[in-house]
Design a protein around this ligand. Structure first.
Ligand SMILES: *[C@@H]1O[C@H](CO)[C@@H](O)[C@H](O)[C@H]1NC(C)=O
Ligand SMILES: *[C@@H]1O[C@H](CO)[C@@H](O)[C@H](O)[C@H]1NC(C)=O
Ligand SMILES: *[C@@H]1O[C@H](CO)[C@@H](O)[C@H](O)[C@H]1NC(C)=O
Ligand SMILES: *[C@@H]1O[C@H](CO)[C@@H](O)[C@H](O)[C@H]1NC(C)=O
Ligand SMILES: *[C@@H]1O[C@H](CO)[C@@H](O)[C@H](O)[C@H]1NC(C)=O
Ligand SMILES: *[C@@H]1O[C@H](CO)[C@@H](O)[C@H](O)[C@H]1NC(C)=O
Ligand SMILES: *[C@@H]1O[C@H](CO)[C@@H](O)[C@H](O)[C@H]1NC(C)=O
Ligand SMILES: CC(=O)N[C@H]1CO[C@H](CO)[C@@H](O)[C@@H]1O
Length: 555
């Protein structure tokens, strides 16, 4: 989609023009073929909806059929845990509203899949369980703050995405596995690790099981699945997007953000879900107004910018555990950034790099926060038929229901047990919290940005990259970087999953200070547009759903 149409589209939306005018704007596209749902962008879908080429009802039917094809049949990707039984009805209402009063936003009538730790009201027909049977049929008091914003913008919640159970805060368990959802796998190589914890969101975005998806990240859970599934992920500054109604790990690190097939789609979603929410007071600290992140989409954004490479620890394979191929493709990305006009400052080490690597402060904080906040989550429920009302109950529930929650290879509960052993907020906790900010921000990301006068940092997404941003609460934008070569040595990632593996994607991460999403999005866009990496390799044949809009229109 060209810049001109993008601009036109936004001018039209901003002015809130009538249907008559909107038809005029897109009339040229009526002869365009139906978008291929494997790759379709939000703008292409919105254009087709506006021109009457297809409806949101058609879109829901097509995405449901695509999910059916690959989720529990064929390659059995187990990316989706539930579909929304009210989605068709909601789509029909939004189609009618479009006709009578026009679209509410760029996401009007667009199907969005959300991770299963993000609450949706029970009467709509879906569970909110973080993948755990302990929350099956539980009744949440309300939609999550981000879901309220999506609905207000006219988006349709298509379903819930599988995830690493409890957002991977349970024990030493393979990424992408949950009791309810089973083992989610990557669409780029049979049984490859999807990475997590937003595994189902990443996999679903990668092959067009939804238009766009939401994930959450505490440390790596958006950027790693973005990285490993050839999609774009935005891990936001803590406090940019509301965590109200999100099954928690820690208020100091949890974030909600988009996983999408392009920086443009991710920017559209972020512009809608960001913003203050009285139910999450961390969001009251963000700068107002929320930027329109689509205004950051420029091909010249890297011209004259200084981008730092924090090599110590983060590019040392023996510390990150990365396959050497990761650094090889990363070095090529640095050359690309130079051709885009950036000055690469290399190295630009974090003064705290080795201390971050040694530090256990993050675990101290998360263990204490999780117990307090998860217990508060159970307290907040209107009902929970399993009877589980606390972390202590949860550990017993898992042990008492081994076929559901502790099948062979997925038995570990060590993190739950470690968290249960904590005794609340004491001096050690506050000291670790302060060290996290110091190591991640003051003597970490902010120190490097300041010492070398940088606009951002850049690193390969896999490895240790997520940690400084996680403990500082700072943002990361991840874009496709490359794919493991066909002769890569296949490794094991869990009882049912492999990694690395031939053709499995690798991502590039841009990191910055608090609230720097706008510039990180702009840098990621210029890189994405120059390289077009996502389009260089597709999922394996059986993992590509065949249903398209043409199969459902008028049926
Ligand atoms: C950026 O460049 C690509 C072609 O490489 C083009 O398709 C796109 O429209 C450009 N974006 C903007 C915002 O000008
Ligand atoms: C939750 O899942 C169960 C089992 O799949 C289903 O019966 C129920 O309708 C779902 N929805 C809610 C809101 O509990
Ligand atoms: C949010 O509110 C709690 C009390 O309800 C307070 O302890 C905390 O400091 C507040 N946090 C922020 C970031 O304002
Ligand atoms: C990489 O890490 C290893 C293990 O900590 C260390 O021995 C080696 O010196 C490091 N390499 C560099 C270039 O810093
Ligand atoms: C926290 O970080 C500080 C500074 O690096 C370090 O001295 C301390 O040992 C760390 N604490 C834990 C629990 O790892
Ligand atoms: C704080 O509590 C933890 C357990 O949660 C304990 O290991 C630690 O020793 C306590 N620290 C202090 C200073 O009491
Ligand atoms: C894979 O092939 C490339 C050339 O295509 C070669 O440079 C590389 O060493 C090979 N790697 C392995 C692990 O065999
Ligand atoms: C637990 C689970 O995975 N359930 C759902 C998975 O997705 C399919 C759609 O393919 C649903 O029908 C299942 O109920």
């Amino acid at each position: 989609m060209g810049a001109k149409l993008l601009t036109l589209f936004w001018v039209w939306l901003t002015l809130g023009q009538s249907l008559y005018v909107s038809r005029g704007v897109v009339s040229a596209s009526i002869t365009t073929p139906l978008p291929d749902l494997y790759e379709a962008s939000v703008i292409e879908l919105q254009t087709g909806l506006t021109s009457g080429q297809f409806t949101s009802v058609d879109l829901i039917k097509a995405y449901f059929a695509r999910i059916e094809e690959v989720n529990l049949q064929g390659p059995m990707l187990r990316a989706v845990i539930e579909t929304n039984p009210s989605a068709l009805q909601e789509a029909a209402a939004l189609d009618y509203e479009r006709l009578t009063s026009g679209p509410r936003s760029a996401l009007h009538g667009i199907p969005v899949l959300v991770k299963d730790n993000i609450a949706t009201v029970a009467f709509e027909g879906m569970n909110t369980t973080a993948g755990s049977y302990s929350l099956l049929n539980s009744v949440v008091p309300n939609d999550a703050g981000v879901v309220k914003r999506l609905r207000k913008a006219g988006a349709i919640i298509l379903g819930k995405a599988n995830l690493s159970e409890w957002a991977h805060f349970r024990g030493n368990i393979a990424s992408g596995w949950s009791g309810r959802g089973g083992q989610c796998t990557n669409a780029y190589y049979p049984n490859a690790d999807p990475c997590g914890s937003s595994a189902g969101s990443g996999v679903s975005a990668s092959i067009g099981l939804a238009a766009v998806t939401l994930g959450t990240e505490t440390d790596g859970s958006i950027t790693c699945p973005a990285n490993q599934n050839n999609v774009v992920g935005i891990k936001t500054t803590v406090g940019l997007t509301s965590r109200a109604g999100v099954i928690p790990i820690s208020e100091h690190q949890d974030t909600v953000g988009p996983l999408a097939r392009s920086v443009t789609d991710a920017a559209i979603v972020l512009s809608i879900i960001a913003g203050p929410d009285p139910n999450d007071n961390f969001t009251l600290a963000q700068p107002i107004p929320v930027p329109d992140y689509t205004m950051a989409l420029s091909n010249t954004s890297l011209v004259g910018k200084r981008i730092g490479v924090p090599r110590a620890v983060f590019l040392n394979d023996s510390m990150t555990g990365n396959d050497p191929y990761v650094n090889q493709v990363f070095e090529q990305a640095l050359e690309t950034l130079k051709t885009l006009g950036a000055t690469i400052v290399d190295p630009a080490d974090l003064p705290s790099a080795y201390e971050i690597y040694e530090s256990n402060n993050e675990t101290v904080v998360l263990d204490v926060d999780f117990k307090v906040q998860l217990n508060a989550w159970f307290d907040s429920l209107v009902a929970n038929p399993s009877g589980v009302a606390s972390l202590e109950d949860l550990i017993m529930f898992d042990s008492n229901n081994p076929t559901l929650e502790e099948p062979t290879g997925y038995t570990d509960q060590s993190i739950l047990i470690e968290s249960q052993a904590t005794t609340g907020f004491n001096a050690s906790y506050y000291q670790s919290l302060a060290f996290d900010m110091e190591l991640g921000a003051t003597r970490g990301i902010d120190a490097a940005l300041k010492m070398y006068a940088l606009d951002a940092l850049v690193l390969p997404a896999p490895g240790y990259t997520t940690v400084p941003a996680a403990i500082a609460g700072y943002p990361i934008v991840t874009v496709p970087l490359g794919f493991y070569p066909d002769n890569v040595t296949i490794g094991s990632a869990g009882p049912e999953t492999v990694y690395p593996a031939p053709g499995v994607p690798i991502g590039l991460s841009f990191l910055g200070t608090a609230w720097s999403e706008y510039s990180l999005v702009s840098f990621a866009y210029a890189y994405e547009q120059k390289t077009q990496t996502r389009l260089q390799r597709k999922a394996y044949a059986a993992a590509i759903p065949t249903t398209q809009l043409a199969d459902v229109i008028g049926k």
